[in-house]
Design a protein around this ligand. Sequence first.
Ligand code: CMP
Length: 138
Amino acid sequence: MLEKTLSIIKPDAVKAGYSGKIIAMLEENGFVIKAMKKINLTKKQAEGFYIVHKDRPFYDSLTTFMSSGSIIVMVLEKENAIADYRELMGATDPSCAKAGTIRVLYGKNIEENAVHGSDSKESTDFEIPYFFSALEIL
Ligand code: CMP
């Protein structure tokens, strides 16, 4: 089924100059970019995006990190995009992720792990409109 998912290149990877390499990997793996922008989140905006994690011990640190520099947010489309993008990203902790995945190649640690991707259809229904209006998605 043709699906959309939300992708974020996080501040660690943007600062390190990995955005182009990550975007190339997405296209090489069949993802079509339907929307893309570079933005800076406020702490409050990062907290809103990660609200499902509000009771986790890493919530404050994560949202401080996500508002520490520019991010690139994208809507990606492909057959089975949600699961396939999670596979391409690799496990949350780069030290546990499979060889060749984005997080192994470009992630630093479990928090500064280069990229985010929606984990379910329910998540895309929240995450895509968090950043993009319908008019911005091709
Ligand atoms: P992401 O896929 O964006 O979803 C939630 C984020 O929280 C995750 O990537 C990591 O950046 C961060 N995260 C998850 N687990 C931990 C953890 N145990 N310690 C610190 N950060 C975490």
